[in-house]
Design a protein around this ligand. Structure first.
Ligand code: ADP
Ligand code: ARG
Length: 339
């Protein structure tokens, strides 16, 4: 019997999961009760998945390594990852958009999962609530500048504060179970530092500003992490760095990006894609992953998260943005240049 992936599927899990490997792994169960069948259910339900696998706990990465190793190497473009070298030391960068004409906002986020809990596709409601309490406690210690308010989604929450329920990929994986219970969002007083609790990973730690100052946004997140690491134990692996529900986020688990309006390049997508690929960046729509670009506002961020440090990601994004802004400025759009 062949694996139930759609014929049209081009997912990495379909590409790397042979019948033989599946046979060998299908009877294995982690100590918390997670199986390969559960891990691939999103990839099966969604033939347009590009990866198609979400893991239930840290042990899944070891137990199903026969299929995960090639998937991870393929996505991150690293052969045989060795020791993950983190470097979140502060950076100094000049302004990539000194005229403030293109970049509307900057956002740097990392994903983190907390020791002694399963990942979000494999959590009971009671476990979600315990996790939420642990995080609320840790947030009490944030110093001035980072301190703020946690808004539980179970109470009355201003709709503009919420993060969205997961998409159909996450739904099929079980990540949306009991939504919105056991979830919430934290905003520092100045709103520059945010935490999403109970989205795709236990935590998305976010530094975001309506500014063009990449270094400042990145350095602010680095500072917040120094405090949080003292009060929460994050799940980490020597080779794969921070372990995450989806293998695309392994390593630094960092996505550093900008919202940038590119009126000329929006009409010249081939050139835009060429520059983005050359700098190992990724394009997303204005509303995030799998959304459309509205009014020429692209989300441009790093594609790779494993096999390089946080510092290398932010400096790589910076160089890529210089090239993109330069192309946008010089591009003639059907004889007409937007200035
Ligand atoms: P992720 O959490 O993996 O970064 P998404 O692509 O879904 O996932 O983005 C999450 C949200 O953050 C979306 O609502 C998106 O519009 C918003 N966002 C992303 N980058 C920026 C940015 N530079 N400025 C403002 N909002 C942003
Ligand atoms: N599971 C989806 C897919 O395979 C999304 C993968 C990357 N995105 C994410 N939010 N983890 O296409």
């Amino acid at each position: 019997m062949s694996l139930p992936f759609a014929v049209s599927s081009k997912s990495l899990i379909k590409k790397h999961l042979s019948q033989d490997t599946y046979k060998r792994l299908e009877t294995l169960v982690t100590a918390s009760g997670f199986t390969l069948e559960k891990a691939i259910q999103s990839g099966i339900a969604n033939p347009d998945s590009s990866i198609g696998i979400y893991l239930g706990d840290a042990e899944s990465y070891e137990l199903f390594s026969d299929v995960l190793t090639p998937v991870i190497e393929d996505y991150h473009g690293v052969a045989k990852p060795q020791i993950h070298q983190a470097d979140f030391s502060p950076v100094k960068l000049s302004d990539p958009d000194p005229e403030k004409k293109y970049i509307l906002s900057t956002r740097v986020r990392v994903a983190r999962n907390i020791e002694n809990y399963n990942f979000t596709c494999h959590l009971s409601l009671q476990e979600r609530k315990c996790l939420e309490q642990d995080v609320i406690e840790a947030l009490q210690v944030l110093p001035a500048g980072l301190a703020g308010t946690y808004h539980s989604f179970e109470g009355e929450v201003d709709k503009s504060l919420l993060f969205k329920k997961g998409d159909r990929f996450q739904e099929a994986a079980g990540i949306n179970s009991d939504f919105p219970k056991g979830r919430g969002i934290f905003y520092s007083e100045d709103t520059r530092f945010r935490i999403w609790l109970g989205e795709e990973d236990h935590l998305r730690l976010i530094s975001q500003e309506s500014s063009t100052d990449l270094a400042n946004v990145y350095n602010h997140l680095g500072q917040a992490l120094i405090f949080l690491e003292k009060h929460l134990k994050f799940i980490k692996d020597n080779r794969y760095g921070y372990l995450t529900t989806c293998p695309t986020n392994l390593g630094t688990s960092m996505r550093a990006g900008v919202h940038i309006r590119l009126r000329n390049l929006a009409e010249n997508r081939i050139l835009l894609r060429e520059i983005v690929d050359r700098h190992q960046l990724q394009l997303r729509g204005t509303g995030g992953e799998n959304t459309e670009v509205e009014d020429c506002v692209f989300d441009i961020s790093n594609k790779r998260r494993l096999g390089l440090s946080e510092k290398a990601i932010i400096t790589g994004l910076y160089s890529g943005l210089l090239a993109i802004i330069d192309a946008e400025k010089t591009l003639v759009n059907n004889g007409e240049v937007y200035v």
